[in-house]
Design a protein around this ligand. Sequence first.
Ligand code: PSU
Ligand code: MN
Length: 313
Amino acid sequence: MSPTHQHPLLTVTDEVATALAEGRPVVALESTIISHGMPYPANVEMAVEVEGIVRSLGATPATIAVLDGRPRIGLAPDDLELLASHADVMKVSVRDLPYVVARGVHGATTVASTMRLAALAGIRVFVTGGLGGVHRGAETSFDVSADLTELGTTDVAVVCAGVKSILDIGLTLEMLETLGVPVVGYGSDEFPSFFSRASGHRAPMRVDTPADVAAMMRAKWGLGLDGGVVVANPIPVEDEIPADEIGLIIDRALADMDALGISGKDATPYLLGRIVELTDGASLIANIALVRNNARLGAAIAREFAGWPVGVE
Ligand code: PSU
Ligand code: MN
């Protein structure tokens, strides 16, 4: 089935288009995490595995990227391989979308641009690892991720493992409050910090079931309150890296970044890569584990939101 209401600038796979047309649950996935968030080949293995998890739980995965200038909703295995292995894939946030589309080049989409393209396609649930946010030292660098402003305007629920302490977690939560974005701890009173279940910050709200997340999404958008919902899902206990341990590594990665003079859009990819090096790959294992965990929750939320709860086939 090829729905006719699709946006003319998007290419949606038949699988995703059919699921959307039938009102079946769909989960968006981003591609910066593939191209700029993890090393090859763990990145493509993760991307393939996560799509499989979503599918096995009765939802349709839609990994999003720009290929040859065309925003794509749903990718083939070859596309994932290209995004994972080519050095010339641009990291594309919202401000970069016009450039990559007009130039006909490849782009890996961040949380912000993935949200925007997902919403254009009619997808309301998105699974990722970690959000961008307010960087430490933002009072002088002004480095605040466009992920936050996007969450203030675009109607997509984002399942993540919280915010890494490469960012200023407290300021990120303040900014999300200012932007009117509900931030819920999933099964947790504490806001998680990606590698660790704890962050030292309380989650502003707590929700314990996928059905309750879906109810919040309906309430928010039903009231005309535009913008996203952050579902902060703590990494499983058995996979976490204790906050004090990873904290020292993050401080060292930040110092190395400053010494190299790296800033702007290169900051997050540099820090993620440096943390993998400094932990001898332990951070990568934790990162993959938390994405899997988020995929399971995202599929369940998508099913509830679509009125297709687990148990109904
Ligand atoms: N945090 C991670 N892994 C990632 C990113 C953030 O743990 O891959 C990526 C996401 O795509 C996020 C982006 O949207 O980095 C934020 O980049 P910036 O801070 O430049 O907005
Ligand atoms: Mn930035």
